[in-house]
Design a protein around this ligand. Sequence first.
Ligand code: 5GP
Ligand code: ZN
Length: 313
Amino acid sequence: MTTPAETIGIGASSDTAFVEFRHELFAAGLLHPTSVDGVYGKSAAYERIVEGVLASVTRLGVGRFEAVHFPPVLARSTFDRTGYLSSFPDLMGSLHVFEGNDRAHTELVRRYEADGDWSEILKPAEVVVCSAACHALYPLCTGRLPEAGRWFEIQGYCFRHEPSPDPTRMQTFRMHELVCVGDPDMAVTHRDSGLADGLRMLRDLGLEMDAVPANDPFFGRLGTILANTQLEEALKIEGVTPIYPTEKPTAIMSANYAQDHFGSSFSIETASGNVAHSSCVAFGIDRITLALLHAHGLDPYRWPPEVTDRLWR
Ligand code: 5GP
Ligand code: ZN
């Protein structure tokens, strides 16, 4: 029988481990392929794991963090202030819409029916797709912060244009973040304690975890300098777990100290009137789900009770 995976040209015979893992996920019905790499349908069993992971992150922040769920689109005006376009132009996604008159509509349909490029007729919308869940939050903090800073638990869908057959590299994936906006020492303490809490939570779910200094994939020649500075100043630490024997361990969470980057872009002041600093501890919910499937097997209903009791308590 031909599996959905084989119909789009992916077979278990491939020698790369991630193609094999993806094939297994398709064959088990956990992920469903689309015609685009990194965009998948997900089964009820997959989503049940997602819910357990989201709840586990929420428990880390209960009582201390204000929960805000954002949609997968972000105001373009907010995006422009994040600096994402300068640093990661190759990863961002822009949304375009039709705002023309009848004549433009006729031309749009003509091109569409002739298999021409109808997208040229569209205009950028007032929203873009979210690149990081925390970006939507900073405009809410503009102005002066309370003495204790502000602490948020953010959930949202992110988009990054990185088509890949590796199922752990999705173009669109869920991110759950614990964010602190406040004094520099608050931000650093949150980054470090959030990392420790996150690593413990993931180890308790039976994942082998390591913490490693990391850098974001800044674009171009200037990007290399920015990446080196980020590494030297130890601003980003990733929680990684082995998924593929021949590849570097996969980052399933990251703890990031943004210094005053968002504080200055969004005019956020501490209670004492200084530019606010921020940090975020980001959990890649889809990657954690895949890491759990890799570690415990493709049938979550047969996972060890010490794992399922924690996920679905
Ligand atoms: P960061 O902002 O550190 O790049 O991303 C935060 C977390 O989101 C990462 O640690 C990772 O778990 C998750 N993430 C980043 N890129 C991808 C991706 O391409 N696919 C998936 N599924 N998760 C990602
Ligand atoms: Zn963030």
